[in-house]
Design a protein around this ligand. Structure first.
Ligand code: PEP
Length: 250
């Protein structure tokens, strides 16, 4: 039985004070749900958030991770550094990094591997652009993005990974894939994995991301292959994020 999971991606939309307030709001308001929850602050706030989250059930993640273990990579943060601050997760391949920071299939696969090597769970983000959906190539795009990582890292490493299906046209736009549209792609991803390893396909958590809100979370989470969400905008309010977290049907 797969556990459900919600992950908040704070992006670069928070400051030290609002991060403290948000963490306190999450800790104070956290209901006792049988599901997992994690937040991904900007790197700079990870040490402080890590301290505040100690002895809570809220997990910590990073928004990215370096492609190499160490070396002359100015401005980068290695997976082992994140591990020092108890990061459990690292998002890799977010569409904003693919679009704005030249992340490629190769670098995403390297980041994925770095996280695995440091015993951090990579949250591998994949998803199509609006024109790709309109052209009917959604499945091709998702398959290519996923296979690039499987080819590099090996299917076995997906035992310790999470996948986030994030249609790029739904991220931060207020447009959400319908529950049926998302389910169709989640099932496709699970079937692709099943061709390589049935057990991994059954056990892996596949999150949906793209304008998830309390208003649409219940319908999305009711789908059999949607195991939770990667949430951007609505993870910046403790109230909204906890409502999303409480949207799994018992
Ligand atoms: C994201 O950043 O991964 C995301 C899904 O953002 P939003 O929820 O704001 O669409």
């Amino acid at each position: 039985m797969r556990r459900n999971l919600v992950v908040g991606n704070w992006k670069m939309k928070i400051n030290q004070q609002s991060a403290q307030k948000l963490v306190d709001g999450l800790i104070d308001g956290l209901p006792s749900e049988d599901a997992d929850i994690a937040v991904c602050p900007p790197y700079l706030y990870i040490p402080e958030v890590s301290q505040r989250l100690a002895n809570t059930t809220i997990g910590l993640g990073a928004q990215n991770v370096a492609t190499h273990v160490e070396g002359a990579y100015t401005g980068e943060i290695a997976a082992v550094m994140l591990k020092d601050f108890n990061c459990k997760y690292a998002i890799v391949g977010h569409s904003e990094r693919r679009a704005n920071y030249a992340d490629t299939s190769q670098t995403v696969a390297q980041r994925f591997q770095q996280a695995i090597d440091a015993d951090i769970i990579p949250v591998l983000a994949i998803g199509e652009l609006l024109e790709e959906r309109e052209d009917g190539t959604t499945f091709d795009v998702v398959e290519k993005q996923l296979n690039a990582v499987i080819d590099f890292s090996g299917i076995e490493n997906f035992k310790k990974a999470v996948i986030a299906y994030e249609p790029v046209w739904a991220i931060g736009t207020g447009l959400t894939a319908s529950a049926e549209q998302a389910q169709e792609v989640h099932l496709f991803i699970r079937q692709l994995l099943a061709e390589k390893n049935q057990q991994i396909a059954e056990n892996i958590q596949i999150l949906y991301g793209g304008s998830v809100k309390p208003q649409n979370a219940v319908a999305l989470f009711a789908m059999p292959d949607i195991d939770g969400a990667l949430v951007g905008g609505d993870s910046l309010s403790a109230d909204s994020f906890l409502k999303i977290y409480s949207s799994f049907q018992k």
